[in-house]
Design a protein around this ligand. Sequence first.
Ligand code: BG6
Length: 316
Amino acid sequence: MDRSNKPSAIGLGASIPQPTVSIKDSTVEASLPSGESATIHLYGATVTSWKAHGQEQLFLSENAILDGSKPIRGGIPLVFPVFGPPPKDHATSTLPQHGFARNSKWEYLGKSSAESADSQSDQAVKLDFGLSHTMLSEEFRKAWPYEFGLVYSVTLTKNSLQTQLQVRNEGTQNFEFQVLMHTYLSVADISTIRVKNLESKTYIDKTRNASSHTEASPALAITEETDRVYQSLDPSVPIVVSSAADDQPLFSITRDALTDVVVWNPWIEKAKGMADFGPDEAYKNMICVEAGSVSGWQTLEAGDSWEGGQSIKSRL
Ligand code: BG6
């Protein structure tokens, strides 16, 4: 019998390497066969590492505290349900700065293979994390007594890292929230980068008594302490961090339902003043570009849910 045309007994699919996920102590790490990886601490569901193109893309302070006693200084802490110091007359008023999501232990819900937005043949892996009111410390539950469920999804693809948050109101009372993905991007030298696509946008300058300004620069250079909330942006227009020398994009960030972007660098004095920020000079190696919804409040009615997220592409 001529068997020359017989298909191989073992399908080719069986030999294609698959993404791997490992869980160690309080961290979950995902890797793609092509070499990219992401590490997420259950404390805060904080992404603490994203490696792509053979290098680390996120800044993590050398003095970051990883034992769950303080929010992690670097990576992508998640800010929820309030941004900054809570306003006195608001339901969040007794919460700490930036809320409780980054100071709470999340649950790992599992992985799914995700389709990469870039190409269907590229591999991707999606990790889901959950936090609900029953998991909060008594102190946080008292300070913000709403029944909520959060699902935070971190998707690693060959060319991007995506973070997506779903907020559900599982109670009978409406609640208001703010949310922000406080991304610390790693840069070789702050003096050699520019932040683009903010021109003509209104921003609140937190270093100047929260006064309102209009961005004049098509390519913002960071030359001093910078703490600005850019408002009413089109989430589909990427914020681009580029190299000043040749205008090459280093990072490009598109958002989904997040219309504010905070640009933050503590600069010399503030960096020295933060015990968990180190070394002192490391302010030169980071820029925070934080996608969020923080200018006003999202109201979530009982039974409703909300979703928003970001996709970061590196060194395009
Ligand atoms: C930024 C704020 O998002 O976070 C800054 O705009 C703040 O005002 C910074 O200083 C860091 O906050 P924290 O609480 O992590 O020190």
